[in-house]
Design a protein around this ligand. Structure first.
Ligand code: COA
Length: 326
């Protein structure tokens, strides 16, 4: 059976944390952050919110766009690196809150590549003929894993959620190719040892905060984005010039610039929301895809590349022929 994305949604918490705000919290400056990362502000999850509650809001939006009742969902997959609890999966909380009574539910911990990993998983269940309606949500309360005294990580990340509905379609599949990869030898370069429940269960013990070797991750990121993009475009039988919109993981504008330069992609074909949200981890490509549609950067028939990288060290990419209608 063929499959297509038929719905999209997002949720960003109200609280805005600007670079100027961060200047009061840690030894950094707006000028350094903007020049070295491209980030100007990010959103921070409220005390009464968590990964699951943001996922529910984004998921509801995606179901509404798809015109699909939650009771018809066969599966809910939540991609997150900041789950409410160790157990059960955040997807279990989302399934219940949405009223998706007939859906299987599980989480994907794929770091910043998690949304694409989860989307590809959804396509496989539909291609196999097992399921027809799947909700894929990526949601992060990753600020709860921030050591606010560590300027190498705390300036980079933000919270939010994005979602997509994938449904069986009798005509054609919109995903033309995908690449998923991981190199576990880099697992110690970026990691979080602890879950991130509501309002915050992270102790003051430094061992619970995100640890990152920024320069090593930067180098890996550029290579991973370039190679995964080439492979996935090649796999779809396309050339880079055929791609209408490139949606890279929103981690650092210098990483994106280096990648698109190596790929020879003009910057007007590249979607950016990093300046407003920072790195939303798994939610980054999900929110970017949703905003690309809302801003009419993505039109029926367009060819789009989604590409991400992250802890693992992982990478993931897909080419879509955007066809949410018919
Ligand atoms: N504010 C001010 N100064 C900072 C700073 C901050 N937030 N972070 C680092 N610095 C300082 C460093 O201490 C260093 O000072 P020094 O020259 O006096 O020693 C200087 O800036 C350069 O540090 P460096 O680590 O080389 O900076 P960088 O250009 O590599 O940028 C990152 C740091 C983290 C922004 C960059 O390496 C990066 O984006 N890496 C990838 C991270 C990522 O994307 N992770 C998520 C993957 S999904």
């Amino acid at each position: 059976m063929h499959a297509r994305i038929t719905g999209w949604g997002k949720y960003l918490p109200q609280r805005v944390l600007t670079n100027k705000d961060l200047e009061k919290m840690v030894d950094t400056s707006d000028e350094w952050i903007v020049t070295r990362t491209g980030i100007r502000e990010r959103r921070i999850v409220g005390d009464d919110e968590a990964t699951s509650t943001m996922a529910v809001a984004a998921g509801r939006g995606a179901l509404e766009v798809a015109g699909l009742s939650p009771g018809l969902l066969d599966m809910v997959i939540v991609a997150t690196n900041s789950p409410d609890r160790m157990m059960p999966a955040s997807a279990a909380l989302v399934q219940h809150a949405l009223g998706a009574k007939n859906a299987a539910a599980f989480d994907v911990v794929g770091a910043c590549s998690g949304f694409i990993y989860a989307l590809v998983t959804a396509y496989q269940f539909i291609a196999a003929g097992a399921y027809e309606n799947i909700l894929v949500v990526a949601s992060e309360a990753i600020s709860r894993a921030m050591n606010w005294e560590d300027r190498s990580t705390s300036v980079l990340f933000g919270d939010g959620a994005g979602a997509a509905v994938v449904q069986a379609n009798e005509h054609a599949t919109d995903m033309l190719s995908f690449v998923l990869g991981n190199d576990g030898s880099g697992a110690d370069l970026l990691y979080i040892p602890h879950p991130c429940g509501m309002p915050t269960n992270v102790s003051n013990d430094r061992r619970y905060y995100m640890i990152m070797e920024g320069r090593a991750v930067f180098k890996f990121a550029v290579t991973a984005m370039v190679e995964a993009s080439k492979q996935v475009i090649d796999g779809a039988g396309l050339n880079i010039a055929d791609i209408d919109l490139f949606i890279p993981h929103q981690a650092n504008s210098r990483i994106t610039q280096a990648a698109i330069k190596a790929l020879d992609i003009p910057s007007d074909k590249v979607f950016v929301n990093l300046d407003r949200y920072g790195n939303l981890s798994a939610a980054s490509p999900a929110v970017a895809l949703c905003e690309a549609v809302e801003q009419r950067r993505l039109k029926e028939g367009d060819l789009v590349v989604l590409v991400a990288f992250g802890a693992g060290l992982s990478w993931a990419a897909m080419v879509l022929r955007w066809q949410p209608g018919a």
